[in-house]
Design a protein around this ligand. Structure first.
Ligand code: IDP
Ligand code: MG
Length: 139
């Protein structure tokens, strides 16, 4: 699984703003194949576990509140060099710093409500994909 797959979430702000279709269009037009996808909602325990690496950061409570406030679209994506290419497609964490044409530049509100998640390594892509999907939900 490792090198050609990444994991993404279209975060609650993207779902609230009706941007699911537009963001998926950018993703598939950029050459990513959808391996798994669903509309789901993270519990507080889910969000604390998923973002556990950030638990000591000052923004952690805000991040957990944001990520659990409504449904997300979770998906596993496949493409050669998926992790790195998807991070390029989404742009910098802070949309103010994101390159023109990136998903965060186009659709994000702020550094906290930044529209999409993208895994930062092959190892985390596998862990995060398995967090949301069983083997029979991956195609
Ligand atoms: P990434 O999503 O670009 O990988 P991370 O540093 O892993 O960025 O942070 C995870 C998430 O935490 C971000 O996507 C964003 O929603 C939130 N976040 C990161 N830094 C800040 C901050 O300084 N203030 C508020 N929220 C932040
Ligand atoms: Mg990250």
């Amino acid at each position: 699984m490792a090198t050609n797959r990444t994991f993404t979430m279209l975060k609650p702000d993207s779902v609230e703003k009706g941007n699911i279709g537009a963001i998926l269009e950018k993703i598939t037009a950029s050459g990513f194949r959808i391996v798994a996808m669903k509309l789901t909602q993270m519990t507080t325990a889910d969000a604390k576990a998923f973002y556990g690496i950030h638990s000591e950061r000052p923004f952690f409570p805000e991040l957990v509140e944001y990520m659990t406030r409504g449904p997300i679209v979770a998906a596993i994506l496949e493409k050669e060099n998926a992790v790195e290419d998807f991070r390029t497609l989404i742009g910098a964490t802070n949309p103010a710093d994101a390159a023109e044409g990136t998903i965060r530049k186009l659709f994000a509100n702020s550094i906290s409500e930044n529209a999409v998640h993208g895994s930062d390594s092959d190892e985390n892509a596998a862990i995060e994909g398995a967090f949301h999907f069983s083997g029979r939900e991956m195609f």
